[in-house]
Design a protein around this ligand. Structure first.
Ligand code: ADP
Length: 187
């Protein structure tokens, strides 16, 4: 089963993705983590990506599409995976659809974590004080929220056409939200 967690920055995709992936026994593929590791290791990918990430902008599809291809081709992602942080653009969604389609597979469920904007801002600002992410500056946070609305939110309509979008209120406790996701995913 392939499950996509969709939601704005700060909506809890990482936290809930980890819980659901463990329960399903599937790998979680998180482009943000892969990119941050690449930045730390100063690989060519990391060097290309850093500037965009620090500004809160999307790393260009020209760079990301090959990364996604590589991740989907890994043996552990053969039977299923939980996607966190991608697809984030129409081109990325198309690549995922095509790649899975060629294998006779498809996304089964899109979990849309819904959190009001004020709450997102509060969470991201609080996290900025704890973690040390270089994209948690007020300006980058604002950009990330705008970029989500502009480039990623339209994917909801794309997947809704297929009837696979499940809206999950993202404001309860971690356990409440996890339980709701479990109900939707069926295990
Ligand atoms: P958040 O959802 O809180 O913004 P992520 O870890 O998902 O955090 O992403 C952090 C940054 O990494 C993004 O702002 C962007 O620069 C880059 N990034 C992650 N995933 C993608 C992707 N699929 N396409 C383009 N850029 C990405």
């Amino acid at each position: 089963m392939f499950v996509l967690l969709l939601g704005a920055p700060g909506s809890g995709k990482g936290t809930q993705g980890k819980i659901v992936a463990e329960r399903l026994g599937l790998p979680k593929i998180t482009t943000g983590d892969i990119l941050r590791a690449a930045v730390r290791a100063e690989t060519p990918l990391g060097l290309q990506a850093k500037k965009y990430m620090d500004d809160g902008k999307l790393v260009p599809d020209a760079v990301i599409l090959s990364l996604i291809k590589e991740e989907l081709a890994k043996p552990e992602a053969k039977e299923g995976a939980v996607f966190d942080g991608f697809p984030r653009t129409a081109a990325q969604a198309e690549l995922v659809d095509t790649t899975l389609g060629e294998r006779g597979q498809r996304l089964s469920k899109v979990l849309l974590l819904d959190v009001p904007e004020e709450e997102l801002l509060q969470r991201l600002t609080a996290r900025a004080a704890q973690e040390n992410r270089s994209d948690d500056t007020p300006e980058a946070i604002r950009t990330r929220l705008q970029v989500y609305q502009r480039d990623t939110a339209p994917l909801v309509a794309h997947y809704a056409q297929r009837g696979i979008v499940h809206r999950v209120p993202g404001t309860g406790t971690i356990e409440e939200i996890a339980t709701e996701i479990q109900r939707i995913v069926g295990r």
